[in-house]
Design a protein around this ligand. Structure first.
Ligand SMILES: [Zn+2]
Length: 240
């Protein structure tokens, strides 16, 4: 298993690690701060280098607990080498701002409109999330939601990462009226949950990367929406 440095600290931009395997066009390290594609968030990109070689990482994926850093081009790394990994921080930090914004948007839509989040994609430029049951989303509603969410963001709420055993996590979310049923669907072998707590406003289990305070988000703009079937509507949003 690769040690995931970003699980406890989302602000690591550079780290040292040891190459433990090279499989086709991927490099496997003993530890990494590169976030792997998943949970709706794109994988990190960046550079791995040491004094002998340097290679660009064009994507990061997780396969059975192992993180694959996908390379673009050739390199002369071999097993046992020590390398320094550097994230493409502009891309990653934008994802962090988007991901925390999506949690607030989702909570806002759940609280005020009774909507459930049924999918999301966090990436650069524009992100999106799918909500149900939502047949229509007119301009008036769009304006109200954007205003409500931006007022929350402007409260400069701290965002805290907390690890909890399964039962504690469920109790924590349940007591505060947050969504918890999806935790019960996670396989029993998962013992610890990572809970993202946004001030007194929201808490959710999530492995994604987040900012430390909502002031880092700035504000959001809601874009087009589209019907994606079965009472679900996709809402696109961007950062201002
Ligand atoms: Zn999340």
């Amino acid at each position: 298993m690769t040690e995931l440095l970003h699980m406890r600290d989302n602000y690591i931009r550079e780290f040292d690690a040891t190459v433990i395997d090279i499989i086709d066009n991927s490099i496997i390290l003993d530890r990494t701060a590169f976030y792997p594609e998943g949970g709706g968030q794109i994988g990190d990109t960046g550079i791995l280098r040491n004094e002998h070689s340097e290679v660009r990482i064009i994507g990061t994926r997780k396969r059975e607990g192992i993180i694959h850093h996908i390379v673009d081009g050739t390199h002369s790394f071999s097993t046992g080498d020590t390398i320094t990994g550097t994230l493409n921080w502009d891309q990653r930090y934008e994802c962090m701002r988007f991901h925390t914004a999506q949690h607030i948007l989702s909570r806002y839509l759940q609280t005020n409109y009774g909507l459930e989040t049924v999918g999301n994609q966090i990436s650069c430029g524009t992100s999106r999330a799918d909500y149900a049951p939502l047949e229509k989303f007119d301009e008036e509603m769009k304006e109200q939601v954007a205003q409500g969410v931006n007022e929350l963001i402007a409260q400069n709420m701290d965002v805290i990462l907390q690890f909890m055993p399964r039962d504690d996590a469920i109790r924590f979310l349940k007591e505060r009226g947050y969504q918890y049923r999806y935790l019960e669907m996670v396989p029993k072998e998962v013992k610890d949950f990572r809970i993202i707590i946004i001030g007194d406003y929201d808490a959710a289990s999530c492995a994604g990367t987040h900012v430390a305070n909502t002031k880092e988000i700035g504000s959001i703009r809601l874009g087009k929406t589209k019907n994606v079937g079965a009472g679900k509507r996709r809402i696109y949003f961007s950062l201002k």
